[in-house]
Write a protein that binds this ligand. Structure first.
Ligand code: A3P
Length: 280
């Protein structure tokens, strides 16, 4: 394995997530009003973060990911006075136990796995904090084996799916948000218990549009304190195409068959999987 990743409990993590921090997750003290923004990488984390940041009078602070950094992380998070919105790509099993005990709100964003794979492939190529990759075919093999950062997409989704009926967890689908941003934004604000008008929702939708976010990212400087993704603080690497169905430009028909077979096998009991039927 390359030096930018390391294995912890059999899952690959960035070396920017120290082993010490990963092994002390259960010493994290959650607050009842914490909100966790959870996803598998490349599923639309920055998008949801932008929506939440733009809710008028939300009185929140978006922190960097809980698993990013070293053991001083929890001290840093303690300094935050406002309601914390904390991103993470951790699976349910690795989530600090206090978050589960306090039943903190969790907003889980999920994207169809073929587009997620293509997006992560580009990230592997562009992001110096990820290993180099030879070809799409080579990457897809790693993805299907779960030999990529944060492990298997299937495992990740399935650990969270077990909790899909928990009242404190809201699932948002990338593809649905793309089709009708206002509807998903309304779901998020309602879930957070914040009142917003129709006009405000439209404003949030404008500010969090792909074009607007990509433009903003090109103008911003990297700010390590404003990192949402545990894999880079360079936001300009994040906004590539922002489209649904881009996978069609990458998968050969053979690759699609192999992918669909694994999907059918791994997701046979999954209700969430039905959301992806239109996108495969
Ligand atoms: P692509 O590589 O397919 O373009 P994350 O934020 O979890 O790292 O996910 C990044 C993916 O979400 C990228 O996908 C990025 O372009 C896309 N994305 C970010 N903001 C978006 C937006 N406002 N609308 C649609 N897609 C967006």
């Amino acid at each position: 394995q390359s030096s930018v990743l390391h294995k912890f409990k059999d899952i690959l993590f960035s070396t920017m997530s120290s082993e010490e921090l990963l092994s002390s997750m259960d010493s994290f003290n959650a607050r009842e009003d914490d909100v966790f923004l959870v996803s598998y990488p490349k599923s639309g984390t920055h998008w949801i973060a932008k929506v939440i940041e733009n809710i008028p009078n939300a009185e929140i602070t978006l922190t960097s990911p809980i698993e990013l950094g070293d053991i001083s992380k929890f001290e840093e998070l303690k300094m935050c006075c406002k309601r914390r919105v904390i991103p993470t790509h951790l699976s349910y099993n690795m989530l600090p136990v206090d978050i589960k005990q306090k039943q903190c709100k969790v907003n889980y964003i999920v994207r169809n796995p073929k587009d997620t794979a293509v997006s992560l492939f580009h990230y592997y190529r562009e992001n110096p904090n990820l290993p180099g990759i030879e070809s799409w075919a080579a990457f897809l093999e790693l993805f299907l084996r779960g030999d990529v950062v944060y492990g298997s997409w299937f495992d990740h989704i399935l650990t969270w799916e077990d909790h899909k009926n928990d009242e404190n967890i809201l699932f948002i689908f990338y593809e649905e948000m793309k089709k009708d941003p206002s509807k998903s934004i309304k779901k998020i604000t309602t879930f957070l218990g914040i009142n917003v008008s129709e006009r405000e929702i439209n404003q949030i939708a404008c500010k969090s549009s792909f074009r607007e976010m990509k433009n903003d990212a090109a103008k911003e400087n990297c700010d390590a304190n404003k990192t949402i993704c545990a894999l880079t603080s360079n936001r300009s690497l994040v906004f590539r195409k922002g489209a649904v169905g881009d996978w069609i430009n990458y998968f050969t028909s053979k690759q699609k068959i192999v992918f669909d077979e694994l999907f059918a096998e791994r997701m046979k009991h999954s209700e969430l999987a039905r959301h992806f039927e239109d996108y495969s």
